[in-house]
Design a protein around this ligand. Sequence first.
Ligand code: AOF
Ligand code: ZN
Length: 347
Amino acid sequence: MQYNLLMQKCIELARQAEGMTSPNPLVGCVILDKEGNEISTGYHHKYGDNHAERDALLKLHNGEEKEGTLIVNLEPCSHYGKTPPCADLIIERGIRRVVIGMQDVNPIVAKNGIRKLKNAGIEVIENVLENECKALNEIFIKNMTKNEVFVALKTATTLDGKIATSNGSSKWITSDKARDEVKKIRNRYDAILTTSSTILADNPTMAHRKKIILDRELKTNLEAQIYKEGEIYLFNATLDMFEGGINFIKTPLKNEKLDLGFILKKAFDLGIKSILVEAGGHLNGEILKYTDKIYHFIAPKITGDNSSLSCFNFRKIDNINDSYNFKITQIDTFEPDILLTYYPISK
Ligand code: AOF
Ligand code: ZN
């Protein structure tokens, strides 16, 4: 039997909890009875809740899953965490076959869940839609394997790669549809990150539960829109304190600028596992080497302004061989704009 479509369904179920499960993974599960009829689905709704397999199994009360098949995008767990091991429940319920998208990268689970199932005589089919399952949990994978925050970056430019005209006006390059998509993208990440330059130029709200602001000289007005809601982490060169609901974090300088390596590590230590950068060309350029993924909206406009800012603005370059290289993995249309999603090559 081909399980690709059912694995795709697990991924879609899992995605319903985007933004809710951090630091845990996105997981969805489908259960078939002995005859192959779908009898239950489940997913991990939010951090601390039942795992996907338990969510799907607990909906069944009459033993109809006996000798059935369970499909899940991540190896079932084998450890006592917030809930007992899913592998044990699967065995108890008499499931005969388990289809898995990817092995768990959490060292306390990795391969132990699969081993437990096999030892109980369950047939295990592995790596179904593995790449798609890995893409779904790219944040969890980076956090677990590197102990580092996942950094995504969103930019919106004209066809000639500009984010502003020479007088700095940049706020509405893209259309309403593209801006609605930005809200969905933001929701996937634990925090957004922006800078004093963007706040001073645009006074954006950037609605989000957690906001990281880089303001070396504390030039922004704390009455600006961005400070009105959400948990604020204000990285700056002088103050280290919690006041007026704001976490001021004193940050060392590197080449006269706030040290981005320090900031990303500090964010991770504070429990922020993923960040969406929404800033101007200078910060985008600086943070490019730490960036795991880019969302690039392009509006069908040309400014032609030779002084206007490029979306990644950090050096002079003579040789095209010195460029940073990326792989474009997705192209979406938000009329009249497009969204390119791309990843650095060899990172
Ligand atoms: C989830 N949801 O559906 C699955 C997970 O913190 P705990 O006790 O809930 O355990 C989290 C670990 O369980 C997680 O790192 C991953 O290895 C495994 N599987 N976690 O939150 C799920 N299947
Ligand atoms: Zn589990």
